[in-house]
Design a protein. Structure first.
Length: 367
């Protein structure tokens, strides 16, 4: 039996080239923002052998229609999902989220296979079984964890845990000599398909680590792990240390180049600013110089004023033309010193000299 498409609305697919928030794409249908509150439990999910089951009540499976309509609170739909859950990642969490939201009232039981089963049927794991149990326990959608889960589900196991539906992706899971280990679950009408998250898986993560092995080996050597712990040979250890030193030198050279570029840029900015300020100051200086020493500058006017004042100070006072005339007293006559006689005169002027004309200086002339 395959559930209709409406049962998959809660699934969110993430593509490898997804660029939305948390790796989501446009197909994810990101829900609107809601008020912040605590959704998860405060304690990890318990193990199945720690949970008491009331066996006095008969085990009667609910149908798909009854599960979709909603069951009473004391009778949730018991959904089982199993897996290896190595390097627990968001793909695992999304699958469990879908299983939890298959029905309105769901109790999710998650089975985790042991190391022995996993190594025999699938391969070596990065995390041991206790680490994988603990990772699933702390997923918010899980209500109960089954340790050492079986590789193939038997009717006895389904009855023991009173399972109504088994949730897994639709892709046939071939293992243990079977083309699909969930074939009998599908035929019994107990299969509830979920959607696989593309672009993320345990194999993808391991592939990244193997591809970038040298980078991670150098990283852990730098953090204090020994070559023996990392299973690195002596030669490779020295090679990684040498590469680390070379990278440090390259980084220093790069930092120096960036700092020198920043310094040159700052010098250029300051020089441009200095030139602009110098141009502004030079214009102001030239304007002030022209105002002072130009053809019509202040210095020329000052010189003209000074010249006029000097000329005015040097030149004698002139009598006003409109001043009234008055009689002057006769000035005392001027005579040659050390002589009581009149000055000699030429024959031509004797006639005038004889008339006893003397050289008089008026008071105005003396002034």
């Amino acid at each position: 039996m395959e559930l209709p498409t409406s049962s998959r609305l809660n699934s969110r697919k993430r593509r490898k080239d997804g660029s939305g928030p948390n790796g989501a794409t446009e197909l994810d249908g990101i829900p609107p923002k809601m008020s912040r509150r605590s959704f998860g439990l405060k304690e990890p999910a318990p193990f199945s052998d720690e949970v008491e089951i009331d066996y006095s009540k008969p085990y009667i499976r609910v149908t798909y229609e009854e599960a979709m309509r909603g069951t009473p609170l004391d009778r949730p739909v018991r959904v089982y999902a199993d897996g290896i859950f190595d390097l627990f990642h968001s793909g695992h969490a999304r699958a469990l989220m879908q299983a939890k939201n298959l029905f309105p009232n769901t109790y999710l039981i998650v089975g985790v296979c042991s190391d022995e089963l996993t190594h025999n049927f699938k391969g070596f794991t990065v995390m041991n079984e206790n680490e994988r149990y603990d990772a699933v326990q702390h997923c918010r959608y899980v209500d109960e964890v089954v340790r050492n889960a079986p590789w193939t589900l038997t009717p006895e196991f389904l009855a023991e845990h009173r399972i109504d539906f088994v949730a897994h992706d639709d892709i046939p899971y071939s293992s243990a000599g079977s083309d699909d280990v969930y074939k009998h679950i599908k035929e019994a009408g107990m299969f509830a398909p979920t959607q696989r998250t593309e672009g993320i898986s345990t194999s993808d993560i391991i592939t990244r680590i193997v591809r970038d092995y040298d980078v991670y080996a150098r990283r852990n050597l730098q953090r204090g792990y020994t070559a023996k712990e990392l299973n690195v040979s002596f030669i490779n250890e020295k090679k990684y240390h040498l590469q680390e030193r070379v990278d440090k030198v390259k980084k220093r050279v790069k930092d120096v180049e960036e700092k020198s570029k920043e310094f040159v840029q700052k010098v250029e900015e300051k020089s441009i600013d200095l030139i602009q300020k110098w141009e502004e100051k030079s214009r102001e200086f030239i304007g002030n110089f022209l105002e002072m020493f130009g053809p019509e500058g202040a210095l020329k006017h000052m010189l003209k004023e000074g010249k006029g004042r000097m000329l005015q100070a040097i030149s004698p006072k002139q009598s006003p033309s409109s001043s009234p005339t008055h009689d002057r007293s006769p000035s005392p006559s001027f005579r040659w010193p050390f002589s009581t006689k009149t000055p000699p005169s030429s024959p031509a002027n004797r006639s005038r000299n004889e008339s006893a004309v003397t050289y008089d200086i008026s008071e105005d002339e003396e002034d």
